[in-house]
Design a protein around this ligand. Structure first.
Ligand SMILES: [Zn+2]
Length: 153
């Protein structure tokens, strides 16, 4: 293939929302759909294994938390982001490899605590920026497996 021209229109305006979630591509389309539902059809993205975990000092590493916070702050300031959507997901491989011996329930509690911690960091560091947290799980419906997002305060 030589040159490829995408069909999507290019909008020179930066989106007002940043979504931070796990690299796990099984959730990508669903997260984009969530953002559209939240009134943010266009988004800046930060996807790294573990997603919002990386903004938390305990579930990240010392260097990792610095890099993730610096990257998020850059996008928020340079692109005038108004809303940050933080998504953790069920069965996250990052958490499973980091906390190998934790039960699924304890793991989910940890992920929710990390979401809250990430949201506190966002609104504490960037006053006026709204942080929203969601926990994504897979449910089985008549149409097949679907991703649902539970808001988390
Ligand atoms: Zn994951």
């Amino acid at each position: 293939m030589s040159h490829f021209q995408a069909q999507a229109d290019f909008d020179p305006q930066h989106p007002a929302a940043l979504a931070l979630w796990c690299s796990d591509g099984r959730f990508t389309s669903a997260v984009e759909e969530l953002l559209t539902k939240l009134g943010q059809p266009r988004l800046d993205t930060m996807t790294l294994p573990g997603g919002p975990a990386l903004l938390d000092a305990t579930s990240s590493s010392l260097g990792g938390v610095e890099i993730a916070r610096e990257a998020a702050s850059f996008l928020i300031k340079a692109h005038s982001i108004k809303e940050v959507v933080l998504v953790a997901h069920e069965g996250c491989g990052y958490y499973r490899s980091r906390y190998r011996y934790e039960s699924p329930d304890a793991m989910q509690r940890r992920q929710l605590a990390d979401l809250r911690s990430a949201a506190r960091w966002v609104s504490g560091t960037h006053p006026g920026v709204v942080a929203r947290c969601y926990f994504a799980s897979v449910v089985h419906t008549l149409q097949g497996p679907r991703v649902t997002f539970a808001p988390h305060e």
